[in-house]
Design a protein around this ligand. Sequence first.
Ligand code: PEP
Ligand code: MG
Length: 323
Amino acid sequence: AQKRYADLRGVPAQDKSGQNVSLMMNAGLMADLPSLNSSGADGVGLFRTELQFLIRSRVPRRGELAALYKRVIDAAQGAPVQFRTLDIGSDKVVPYMKPQEEPNPAMGWRAIRVGLDKPGVLRMQLQALIRASEGRPLSVMFPFIAAPDEFNTAKAMLMREIDRESTLNRPVPRDVRVGAMLETPSLAFAPDSFFAACDFISIGGNDLKQFFFAADRENERVRRRYDTLDVSFLAFIEAIIARCNANDVALSFCGEDAGRPIEALTFAALGLRTLSMRPASIGPVKHLIRRVDLAVLKQVIDAARARGDQSVRHAVTAWLASQ
Ligand code: PEP
Ligand code: MG
């Protein structure tokens, strides 16, 4: 099987009718970079920058971060890399941050909330990203945006840093794309002006699912209780796709479910055209996409929903087995 997937490296994830799906990889460590080549990924859809902060005993310096981000951009050789700014909260404990006692850390002071309330580290990180780009394109996305003003403030911070570099006659990114991670249901109902302000949106399915079903992703007793292919969750994903299409915003999905073949196929059939996953999943997902007609799968999904199935998993798996 490994060899079969390796043979697929250079071919597109294209279904039988010619529909393309872009498969990107999730990364966070230097050790992930060789996978950019070996997996056949179209780029890095999610670079989790907090890993560099979690593996150190002190806050990394701007120069260290810039050198590291530059290696990531270099390794991508022109393919897009979407850097996600720090997603640290009281559940992801960094040794040099005062531990927070919070009743519900997942819903607490984390990610962009920390970045906006204590902007020093976020600003330093944005400066490092700008320097690392060395005049090349730069994509930055902010995690856990729950309301448009959080995105606007963070985006303004990035733009201010770019202006500052420019004033100092340093190179600035040639093309800046700024995105939001959609991880809380609230954001799906934000006004059109929010969508218009985003260059792209990435669904953080791990968090979005936990808040949609109110089921803690860290809690073994409940984390597998609700199916990602539950028709309610799929209807929600479809609504997000529709809003992004209506506002002409690029949309991707970067939670762990994007790397599960049945889930990936279902998302693609519903209209998601970019999926970002762990590198090892790219081969298997591509293999399956190439074997099916996504429009036919969409009909199978619609029939299961019309029948009143709670989840489309059974219908999708049965149909796949018949292909
Ligand atoms: C997610 O929530 O789906 C996501 C991609 O971010 P993380 O898993 O790092 O919270
Ligand atoms: Mg998340």
